[in-house]
Design a protein around this ligand. Structure first.
Ligand SMILES: *Cc1c(COP(=O)(O)O)cnc(C)c1O
Length: 368
């Protein structure tokens, strides 16, 4: 392209893309080819061959020439049953819960309103809030155990009056469940909506579903991603039907594609297999936690999710992640992601042999 065309384009980008969008970085996903992939909280297990055959058979009759069922009614019923959503709740399906996070931020509060979440927490809340011209406010978690700091949090809520508050339960990337007492205090105090993001509910066996009926400002977010269906992109928001009806106005038509509808319905009809895999991951998480506790130079925190947060000695975090990668294992580097996460990495619980490879790579890397 000629220099003058380049200049013309650069001028238009500077003039038309808002500064807060230009200042963002796209959500980074590391290249995992050839590596043991322990960076994205995926379930490491595939389906037994006979299940895969039955699934492919089920796909045979699916017409991709037609738009999907706009309400995904069959899948909606299947998800409600699998996740024990209260009958009185309304449900909104999203193309991943990420899409629902974006929809919530677009729908609630409007431009200039405040989105609140503790720090550190799931990166998407701040990313979408900033990209859409909302003001993102956060309060640090407790530096030792990542619990909510109720006084500072309630003070910030009082001062900034967030339209929307996100509480990941358990929290990503710290893995802990916040105390229900602190959660209730926030629900009581906030003038806005509180979204409890239960992406890791299958591992934590804790939920705010039972609070939906008595809380006018509570919505609960779920996903099938961490359960073993990350590739399908399917999330669920549950809440009072009046809230769901408002939010549904912003949902793009046909957001759940036909292959996802059929496949998720099929997979959840064999929920026992996903549950068995989940139980296995919980046992392996506890085993990996014990093994990491035995390493004297690192720190690891207990987790209610399918990952562990690990801290290496001061100043070694990023280099250790790089060396672990040279040993063939990909984990998520969190060094620099938040002041509270210096020298931290997040490792997803994989298959036993993958977890063993991680421990070996970590040991070799910290002693190097
Ligand atoms: C992984 C994750 C999500 C995103 O889930 P998708 O349904 O895959 O978009 C949402 N919230 C938290 C806290 C997560 O860790």
């Amino acid at each position: 392209m000629s220099a003058s065309l380049e200049e013309d384009r650069a001028e238009r980008i500077a003039r038309l893309i808002p500064p807060e969008v230009r200042a963002l970085s796209a959500y980074a996903v590391a290249d995992s080819s050839g590596l043991i992939k322990l960076d994205a909280m995926e379930n490491p297990y595939t389906w037994p061959p006979e299940l895969e055959d039955a699934w492919l058979e089920r796909l045979r009759g699916v017409g991709v020439n037609r738009y999907p069922d706009p309400k995904a009614s069959r899948l909606d019923a299947r998800l409600r049953a699998a996740m024990s959503v209260p009958d009185s709740a309304g449900v909104l399906l999203g193309n991943g819960s990420d899409e629902l996070i974006e929809l919530l931020i677009l729908a609630i509060g409007g431009p200039g309103s405040v989105v609140f979440a503790p720090d550190p927490s799931f990166a998407m809340y701040a990313l979408v809030a900033r990209a859409t011209g909302r003001r993102f406010v956060s309060v640090p978690l407790d530096a030792a155990d990542f619990s909510l700091c109720p006084e500072a949090t309630l003070q910030a809520i009082d001062e900034h009056r967030p339209a929307l508050t996100f509480l990941a339960y358990p929290n990503n990337p710290t893995g802990n469940l916040f105390s229900t007492e602190h959660m209730h205090a926030i629900l009581d105090a906030t003038p806005g909506v509180v979204v409890v993001d239960e992406a890791y509910a299958p591992f934590a066996k804790a939920t705010f579903f039972s609070e939906l009926e008595r809380r006018p400002n509570l919505l609960v977010l779920r996903t099938v991603s961490k359960l073993g269906l990350a590739g399908l992109r399917l999330g669920l928001l549950a809440g009072d039907p009046a809230w769901i009806a408002e939010l549904d106005k912003l949902r793009l038509p046909y957001n759940i594609n036909v292959l996802t509808q059929v496949t998720a319905d099929f997979a959840l009809s064999r929920y026992d297999i996903l549950e068995e895999q989940t139980e296995r991951i919980i046992r392996d998480r506890d085993d990996l936690y014990q093994r990491l506790c035995a390493l004297s130079s690192i720190r690891v925190w207990p987790s209610s999710a399918n990952f562990l947060l690990v801290r290496t000695p001061p100043g070694t975090g990023s280099a250790t992640v790089q060396r672990i990668r040279e040993h063939g294992v990909l984990v998520r580097n969190l060094d620099g992601a938040s002041p509270l996460l210096h020298d931290c990495m997040r490792v997803t619980v994989g298959r036993p042999e993958e977890n063993a490879a991680f421990v070996a790579a970590l040991e070799a890397s910290i002693s190097a």
